[in-house]
Each structure stands twice: as structure tokens, then as C-alpha cells.
Design a protein around this ligand. Sequence first.
Ligand code: SAH
Length: 353
Amino acid sequence: MKNLKNLIDKLEKDNVLSKEEFVELIDLRNPEVNEYLFEKARNIRYKYYDHDIYIRGLIEFTNYCKNDCFYCGIRRSNKNAKRYRLSKSQILECCKTGYELGFRTYVLQGGDDPFYTDDKIIEIIKEIKQNFSDCAVTLSLGEKPYNSYKAYYEAGADRYLLRHETATEEHYNKLHPSELSLSNRKQCLWDLKEIGYDVGTGFMVGSPYQTTENLADDLLFIKELKPQMVGIGPFIPHHDTPFKEFEGDDGNLTLFMIGLLRLMLPSALLPSTTALGTIDPLGREKGIFSGANVVMPNLSPIEVRDKYLLYDNKICTGDEAAECRFCMENRMKKIGYNVVVSRGDFKPETIII
Ligand code: SAH
């Protein structure tokens, strides 16, 4: 026990551990060690972000996907998925609603849908930036060539989310068909950084075949990449995928990993994800107590909400944007945190409040 607490102290001091130390800490963790970690994680986030919670308006604009990731409910082979695409004017309408609700960041997320050519995406980014110039635009559109990323950035996109999913090649190949590769995924992340985006990466916790060594490698890859954001959530099976029989994390390991990430990247933006809220009704609150500082309520139009199903039992699929927004504010208030109206930019570690 003492040894585990020493490892947490060491992580707080050095912002990194060896692979073996991460493995030991993750494997041997227990409720007392969890609390020791979470308290440190909260105190570190207060130094940079006080009790503020940043909100992002998530617009799930297409569920068509050319990829076939084994875990994902909108994979191309899922013939039962009811597919939809939002038009530019529908996306702008979501932004308008979001603006009125106090969102100053829009996250455009979708399957890898070739219908949205670079020209179409650039037009959407430009119009959002013209109409809502004090807002940040975050993209989460999957793997693209360097020049596409560059063109979106030049059109005004500020941030890009691309989870690496798992940093171990052998594991990556168990989660994805052979046409997808970890090396390309990682290259995309390096490209995004070089272009100048604020970059978010991340991984699923409890995905099929994942080992503790894999999780330690995820942390070490993230340490190397130094992203501004890290999104992690439990793997949750989807009934129409090859992984339908697997069980995911019950949330406990995800929370522990959030705590470790906060100690490793003190000023990072760490979302408490919808997947966490799906496996536990208080999952998002627990994520905040473990060191997270961002939530991403859904802004997608109500008619498409129940179609962007990456996993089973996703929450909030019947709610209006305003309901989600105020529900989140109330949930955060109840646990002593404040949702703020701002772009919620990353703060470098030199800016301590
Ligand atoms: N096409 C984009 C967006 C993917 S969806 C891209 O490739 O980046 C966003 C994230 O949802 C994925 O990166 C994955 O980590 C997560 N996800 C997909 N299926 C999931 C599942 N069954 N359980 C939990 N998370 C899942």
C-alpha cells in the first residue's frame, strides 16, 4: 500500500512513471489508493481550472462510415444502423441553438464519411466561424491526409480529436480490420500537432483483449505526444458488432486512468465522457471527482440522436439540447462545480491561477 502511494507521489512529482510502475499501480490499486489518487488529481486541476467545468456542444453530423472498427456500432458492416447526414444549414442551426445556450465550442464529430469532401468541410468551418466568431471549432472526423488537416486549420478549425484507441500495435490489430493501422493513426496525430491544432487523443478502457501493459503503453504514448486533451471512456459493447459478447469496464478502471492522466498532464483538458455516464448514472460526476474538467452535452437535432449509436444504451438520446445543457449545469452545481460560458481553451502549465 505504502509502495503504491509512493508511486502516486512520484507520478505527481515527475509527471511520469516507468511502464512497470504504471502496471503495478493499475493492477494493485484498491479503494484507499483510489481516494489518494483522486484527491491529488482534484487538487491539481484546481490549480489551473479552479472548480470550472468547460462545456462543448457535440454535433454528431453523420453516422455513415467507411471504416469497419470491430467495436463500433456505426461500422460500415452494420446493416441495421439507420444512416443520416446533417446538411450545412442543419449544422448551423445546431450552432445557433448552442450559442443561445452558452456554448462557445462546437465539436463536429462523425463517422469517416467521404460524402463530406474537403470543400464541404471547409465551407462548414468557415460559416461557423463567420457566424460565431467567438467560438472554437473542434473537429473529430477521423484519419485524413496532411493537406486536408492543414486546409481545415486554415479555414479556421482550432482543435482536433482523434483517439489513438490503443498504443500497442498487436492490440490495435485485434480491434480493427487490416486496412487500418496504428502507425497511420499515430502519424495523423503528429501531423495535427505540427499544423498547430490543439490535439486530443485517447483510448477505450476495458476494450476486448486489452492488458494492463497496453494501458501503460497508452499512458506512455500520451506522455510522448503531449496532447492538450485526452478523452477516455469505458468500452461498451454494441449488439450489432463482432464484439457484442465482450464485457467492458464498469467505470472503476476508467476513473483510475483519469486520475493518472491528471497527474501526468496537470493542465490537460480531460472530458468526463458520455460513455462513463452510460455505464453509471453518476459516472460523469465521478469522472469530475477523479480529475476531469470537461463535459460534452449533445447538440445534435433530436431526430437523429438515437442513430449515432457507437455502443448500446447511450444516454440522452431523447433529450433536447437545452435539456442536456441545463441537466449538466445542475449536476455539476450539485457536486460543487460551475459550468462556465467560454471557449474553455487549454492552459499551459505555466499559467497557474
Ligand atoms: N470517426 C471518428 C470518430 C469516432 S467515434 C474517428 O475515427 O476518430 C469517437 C470514439 O468513440 C472513438 O474514437 C472510440 O474510442 C469511441 N467508441 C466507438 N465505439 C465504442 C464502444 N463500443 N464503446 C465505447 N467507446 C466507443
